[in-house]
Ligand binder design. Structure first.
Ligand SMILES: N[C@@H](CCC(=O)N[C@@H](CS)C(=O)NCC(=O)O)C(=O)O
Length: 228
């Protein structure tokens, strides 16, 4: 039975959610085909069957799983004979730590740098919803949040330094080949690439060439997706 992935869709059919990209890459890593079902922020009734309000949502036979981390664990446990997302031993725990670290230290900073770009990229039906929910979250107009970009850029680069040093000695965060931790951070950079002209990496950065390798992975699946 084909899997179904409900994922965020924006203006011009762009798929930019960092969490949905984690799942897309995880499915490709496991060599699993899926139907991708576009879901706007305001299409809450489309995913109501999952008992919550966010994408990604994966339907795998009778299993309905939401949250990208829970989906990765489901894929690893249900398809153990396929390439591993976490590796053996302590890999799952470390990947979980990295998942939370990227959510809190990277994504939480980056959203402030591109929030107007995201606003411009959401589906026209979602504009009011996105502005009102995010302005309530930040306590400020979106334009003012993104105007602080230089401050957050500096903080972001400091945070990314810990990852850069790892990539000086190996091609992927997970070693000689990519696995889930790579897809976690890649999802973030793919999100930026799909919504913004902002380049957070320069060409000499080890993260830049790492991102290039992941854009080329799985038949350049991710490279085909970009901002309009
Ligand atoms: N922890 C969740 C986060 C998922 C999430 O925040 N998804 C966003 C899209 S990027 C969403 O569906 N937001 C719905 C909303 O803001 O109403 C995961 O890892 O899947």
């Amino acid at each position: 039975m084909t899997l179904k992935l409900y994922e965020l869709v924006g203006a011009g059919d762009v798929r930019f959610s960092p969490y949905c990209w984690r799942t897309r890459m995880a499915l490709a890593h496991k060599r699993l085909a899926a139907d991708f079902i576009p879901c706007k922020f305001t299409d809450k009734e489309l995913i109501a069957f999952s008992g919550q309000t966010k994408v990604p949502v994966l339907v795998d036979g009778d299993d309905v799983i939401s949250d990208s981390w829970a989906i990765a664990c489901h894929l690893e446990d249900k398809y153990p004979e396929r390439p591993s997302l976490f590796g053996a031993g302590c890999g799952r725990g470390l990947a979980k730590f990295f998942n939370s670290w990227v959510d809190n230290e990277v994504n939480a900073k980056l959203i402030r740098m591109v929030v107007m770009d995201v606003y411009d990229s959401v589906h026209p039906d979602d504009r009011d919803y996105f502005r009102s929910t995010r302005e309530a979250r930040f306590g400020s107009r979106l334009e003012r949040v993104q105007a602080e970009r230089p401050v957050y850029m500096e903080r972001l680069q400091q945070v990314l330094d810990s990852v850069r040093s790892l990539l000086e000695g190996q091609p992927y965060l997970c070693g000689e080949s990519p696995a889930y931790a790579d897809y976690v951070l890649f999802g973030t950079l793919q999100w930026i690439r799909c919504v913004s002209a902002l380049e957070v990496l320069d060409a000499a950065d080890p993260l830049y060439s790492w991102r290039e390798r992941l854009l080329d992975a799985f038949g350049a699946m991710a490279r085909q997706h970009r901002r309009l």
